[in-house]
Write a protein that binds this ligand. Sequence first.
Ligand code: PLP
Length: 403
Amino acid sequence: MGLFDKFEKTATLYNGLEAAGRNPFTVVMEEVLGPTRAKIRGRETVLAGTHNYLGQTFEPSAIEAGRKALAEDGTGTTGSRFANGTFSGHKALEEDIAAYLGLEHCVVFSTGYVANLGAIAGLVNPAEDVVLIDADCHACIYDGCQLAGAQTIRFRHNDPESLDKRLARVPAETKGKLVCIEGMYSMYGDIAPVKEFVEVAHKHGAYLLVDEAHSFGIYGENGRGVSEADGVMDQIDFYSGTFSKALASIGGFVASRHREVDYLRFGSRPYKFTASPSPASIATAGAALENIAGDASIRARLWDNANRIHAAFTQLGFRIPAPSAPVISILFDSEEAAFNAWNFLLEQGLYVNMAIPPGTPGKESLLRLAVSSAHTNDDIDRIVTAYHALASSLQQAPIASAE
Ligand SMILES: Cc1ncc(COP(=O)(O)O)c(C=O)c1O
């Protein structure tokens, strides 16, 4: 048995995708032309598979803030938050996020992935606590459970009753119970019934962590997320998020009404043992937060765009698993059909994400489109035209095998 034997399956998949056409997992943005356009394979392409939901990547105020931080504070922190990697910018952003969310405490981590690892592994004691997670949770929540080494129980996706049953079976001697869900799930764009989950979790004395990576800035009257839309911002226990989507930067955070979240700074390995986000990343995230908090029209544009695209795709007869949301997926019966459709759209000058099992909820293959408030009318026309052409080609002949 060699070290590389495990890659045999990966090599078959990778080489097959390369041989059959463009590989969805090795796309290079050769030149970035703006928030919704890039050159891919020498061709100007509409980007509808990035998570630039609020179009902040080229906002002048964010770019200026990043430039200033780069010039004044340097290229990197060269250290972890725990040691020399906390600058005044990191502290100011923690305060700004806490104020925006109306939660008293916030801890910034290096990425959203690391924030969830840090929260779960920092909060949970494997000897006496248990974690319960929605089956469709993101890999970083699963990985956080592994890092914690705690007993982990999955409940059915978006099903508070399933959580209720599982919590009822947790042995009485278990000390702490942490439930993890997401606000909006990124594969289908479906949202969690957060209010019902709060009720069930608290009925059993469990704490609730909501990962709002895809819903921060987007749902709720003030963009605070699905927890705000459900009226339970003051009841959830932990709120995790990322700077890599609505805030168009890199970094992540965990916010909470519980002051104990601050102890993650001492007890959480993912906080202590990796470098903190660069001053420019922090400054651009802060400027983007100021923009989106102060201008509700950005969020309104995103929803207008999402509703237009969702309505058009519905009319075209695609299988769409969720109501209108900033993520709009269409489902295929096979990896091959999704792969061919993905290539077809790229040839039409449109980039979307392709996702295949085991990373998809129902083990189906799908194309995932992420809407941006920065999509122009022209971008949307091009998106709808490309999907229209795809629908026609699927009707003429189920997309042929790539061989
Ligand atoms: C639900 C969810 N949580 C966390 C993350 C991680 O965020 P980051 O890109 O900041 O590591 C992602 C990333 O896609 C995500 O979808």
